[in-house]
Design a protein around this ligand. Structure first.
Ligand code: SAH
Length: 360
């Protein structure tokens, strides 16, 4: 039960060291606890056998290791699985595990619902309820790790429910833990944050983290993007692309991934492909074409395969690296944009993106 105890799942290495010091212990005790929790998947302090008994008792009195509760797990015929996670107060989010030759990718949620109201996304339909805490974000990784046992978790993508950059403080804390060698040890190339393009938060992300970036572009001009991804009215394409360029500046190995959902007759013409290629020509980038995943009441259809192929060829012909993303887990509604969980819509959409600091 939740009480005044601190949930250690949300503590970075530094925070854990400081916290142990506040209990009169040494920083290295913090590192030991971190390893027990994340590397060994232990929640019971009594099992942390290299800590003195008195310390274990103290930890049990002051703290807990409490991942979200798994309310169900569905498995797709393609091997993708989806957990429905129960949070406090009856809210739920979904987390998707995607095995793909040689890789195992976890798609993590960052908010209950989403405030951004993108037209083609089922999560948007649910409205926004609240941010996940760092412990709730890391807890999804903790659950997947324990489930996998000896099998490695190779990649984490923040592409589940919610807009990670609208919950940046908690996301930064979670990324720190996900990348820490004493926890999950995933390198910057194996952790990706996906955003609809909240420009000031992109600069802040860059300041504090070196993770990989994916940007949900979906349209090659502002008039259309204003409709599909309404945050574009605040941060139009040129501003967004400048932020992307700054994000990878100084590191030749880096690229920005642009996600582009294929909507029949909306954003998939040859002219639009050429326009997209022109936009991205000088930016080290890769385009992920995502077949639109339908959901009940969706106002769009997916572009036919032949036209997706044509769109991709035009990009490739213009020297833009482009791949068509495989749809995974659609039979269990686990594909991009199909995650819904359970949200009490508090209709905060109109005050979306609160409390962000200005770009430097
Ligand atoms: N809010 C973040 C991350 C969540 S969505 C973002 O916007 O990037 C992860 C990706 O799935 C985004 O590119 C999103 O635009 C895309 N997506 C949303 N709904 C979709 C749908 N119905 N079909 C295919 N892709 C979708």
């Amino acid at each position: 039960m939740s009480d005044a105890r601190i949930n250690l799942l949300g503590l970075t290495r530094t925070a854990m060291e400081v916290w142990l010091q506040s209990l009169g212990r040494k920083p290295f005790h913090g590192r030991q606890v971190l390893k027990w929790i994340h590397k060994h998947g232990v929640t019971d302090f009594a099992a942390m056998t290299d800590l003195a008994k008195a310390l274990r008792a103290r930890l049990a009195a002051e703290a807990e290791v409490r991942p979200p509760e798994v309310s169900s797990r569905q498995i797709s015929r393609d091997g993708t699985s989806k957990w429905l996670m129960d949070l406090d107060c009856g809210q739920r989010v979904e987390t998707v595990l995607i095995p793909d030759d040689g890789r195992t990718t976890l798609c993590v949620s960052s908010q209950v619902g989403c405030a951004l109201d993108c037209r083609f996304c089922a999560t948007a339909r649910q409205g926004f309820n609240r941010n996940l805490s760092a412990a709730e974000i890391v807890g999804q990784v903790w659950i997947a790790r324990r489930h996998l046992g000896e099998r490695p978790l190779t990649n984490v993508v923040l592409m589940g429910m919610g807009e990670p950059l609208a919950n940046l403080d908690n996301v930064l804390t979670a990324l720190d833990i996900i990348q820490d060698d004493l926890a999950y040890g995933l390198s910057k190339f194996r952790v990706t944050v996906s955003t609809s393009g909240i420009v000031p938060a992109l600069y802040r992300l860059r300041e504090h983290s070196d993770v990989s970036l994916a940007v949900s572009l979906h349209a090659p001009d502002d008039a259309l993007r204003d409709q599909l991804v309404p945050i574009n009215r605040k941060y139009p394409i040129q501003e967004l692309l400048r932020a992307c360029r700054d994000f990878i500046a100084g590191d030749r190995r880096r690229k920005v991934t642009f996600e582009y959902v294929m909507l029949d007759g909306v954003n998939d013409s040859e002219a639009q492909a050429r326009r997209l290629a022109r936009l991205l020509r000088t930016l080290p980038s890769k385009v992920n074409l995502i077949p639109f995943n339908p959901f009940p009441g969706a106002p769009y259809r997916c572009t036919p395969q032949a036209r997706i192929d044509r769109f991709r060829e035009i990009l490739l012909g213009a020297g833009i690296l482009a791949v068509t993303r495989k749809t995974r887990g659609d039979d269990i509604d686990a594909a991009c944009g199909q995650l819904v969980g359970r949200v009490q819509d508090r209709s905060r959409r109109r005050i979306a993106v609160p409390s962000l600091t200005a770009a430097p």
